[in-house]
Design a protein around this ligand. Structure first.
Ligand code: HEC
Ligand code: HEC
Ligand code: HEC
Ligand code: HEC
Length: 312
């Protein structure tokens, strides 16, 4: 009799545990299902498909499967999933859509086929993640922060070496005007009196050649970020340092560390931005490791009238 009761009790306890486990698994499955089907990028893809279906009067867009879009380029060591959200980059009829669905500005994707170049070769950032926070925020572990807007011009000289040739100007080479402004300003302001840039200049200040190829970590380890107001990234340090070198490097008497002797040139924000883009554009080819087929070999500069002239 007693044994039987004991048996019944264990049975009902087991049943309860089993029921609880079933409920638990059910809840976890629902949460996972919901999360998997309500991702940020899915929302953008749905919205893009709806817009295209309406614009082209083609309901088949509404049935298009939602999926991660990816360009894998082993030569460039990149896996870019940016188009998972930026669906309209090469679609001219998306031009009036808001970001991230709109057409890419300028001729950048016409001159650099999307399936050969991808996105991060110019924009840097993390091509593999598919959330806005991780692709557009200042991500602390990331050694190559996303370059947005004109900042992407800091990548052109990875492949177009002619941008450092002073006889090439913004008129000759479309799409890199802010870089050129910074480059020309560096000559006007006599930066080379103190700094060596690409083999030219003095040694009072640190060498600037290859600055743009440094990783965030390498830069972070040897710079004081205490006085930087923006994100603690290399580009913010350099930008704020141009606006006020003494504020960023005020020195520290306790550590016997002198204040900077770099003059405050009174740069406007626009000038500081141009100089920062130029600085980030000072690349070290050995670090970038761009394969030969990607180096712009033509060395042709487009004149304003549309004729080309050889620089060789
Ligand atoms: C999860 C969707 C998503 C992914 C993935 C994504 N983007 Fe975006 N992107 C957006 C949205 C939304 C905006 C507009 C809102 C904003 O500025 O944050 C945007 C804006 C931008 C801008 C405009 C300037 C800016 O920063 O505000 C650039 C440049 C850009 N994206 C580049 C990229 C690149 C390069 C990648 C891949 C490394 C990428 N995006 C991946 C959603 C995405
Ligand atoms: C050859 C270099 C290059 C490549 C490759 C490239 N971009 Fe860009 N992109 C630029 C430049 C430069 C700008 C800024 C144009 C300007 O000055 O307004 C830009 C602008 C943008 C913008 C708009 C930012 C804004 O200012 O609102 C987005 C979004 C963007 N790119 C996404 C992408 C995506 C996604 C890819 C890959 C499919 C890509 N880009 C590939 C150079 C490039
Ligand atoms: C990964 C290397 C790479 C990057 C980064 C890159 N380009 Fe190019 N670009 C090329 C190659 C390769 C060509 C093809 C023509 C050639 O060989 O010169 C080209 C072609 C062009 C052309 C067409 C005119 C011509 O000379 O044939 C323009 C304009 C141009 N790029 C501008 C830019 C700008 C502006 C940037 C930065 C926003 C940029 N490129 C970034 C490699 C690159
Ligand atoms: C009188 C000499 C002098 C002149 C002129 C000068 N600098 Fe400097 N610069 C320095 C010194 C010294 C440092 C190191 C201390 C510091 O970070 O401020 C420095 C630091 C820098 C840094 C930080 C580099 C690094 O790796 O930490 C950049 C970028 C820079 N200068 C760019 C420029 C540019 C661009 C110009 C011209 C607009 C310029 N400098 C003009 C002396 C000078």
């Amino acid at each position: 009799m007693i044994d039987h009761k004991w048996e019944k009790e264990t049975m009902s306890r087991r049943n309860k545990i089993f029921a609880a486990a079933v409920v638990f698994i059910l809840i976890v499955s629902i949460v996972i299902f919901y999360k998997e089907n309500s991702k940020e990028w899915m929302h953008y893809q749905k919205s893009y498909n709806e817009k295209m279906a309406a614009k082209l009067n083609d309901p088949s867009y509404l049935k298009a499967p939602l999926r991660i879009e990816q360009i894998w380029l082993p030569q460039l060591n990149s896996t870019d999933r940016c188009m998972t959200c930026h669906l309209g980059v090469s679609n001219p009829i998306a031009v009036d859509e808001p970001q991230p669905l709109t057409t890419h500005p300028g001729d950048f994707l016409k001159n650099h086929a999307i399936d050969k170049f991808g996105c991060t070769v110019c924009h840097q950032g993390d091509g593999q993640v598919v959330s806005v926070e991780e692709t557009h925020g200042a991500v602390h572990h990331l050694n190559r922060q996303l370059l947005s807007k004109e900042y992407a011009q800091a990548s052109c000289a990875k492949c177009h070496m002619e941008l450092h040739d002073r006889s090439v100007t913004a008129k000759d080479f479309p799409g890199a005007d802010t870089f050129f402004n910074g480059r020309d300003l560096s000559y006007q302001m006599g930066c080379r009196g103190c700094h060596n840039i690409n083999g030219e200049g003095g040694t009072i200040g640190p060498e600037l050649t290859g600055l743009g190829s440094r990783t965030e970590l390498a830069f972070f380890l040897i710079h004081d970020f205490q006085h930087v107001e923006g994100h603690h990234t290399m580009s913010h340090w350099v930008y704020e340092h141009f606006l006020d070198p003494q504020k960023i490097v005020p020195g520290n008497p306790e550590l016997n560390f002198a204040a900077t002797i770099m003059p405050n040139f009174g740069f406007t924000e626009e000038q500081a931005k141009s100089l920062t883009i130029y600085m980030l554009g000072l690349r070290n080819p050995k670090v970038e490791g761009i394969p030969y087929e990607y180096i712009a070999t033509k060395k042709l500069a487009q004149t304003a009238s549309g004729n080309t002239r050889s620089l060789q």
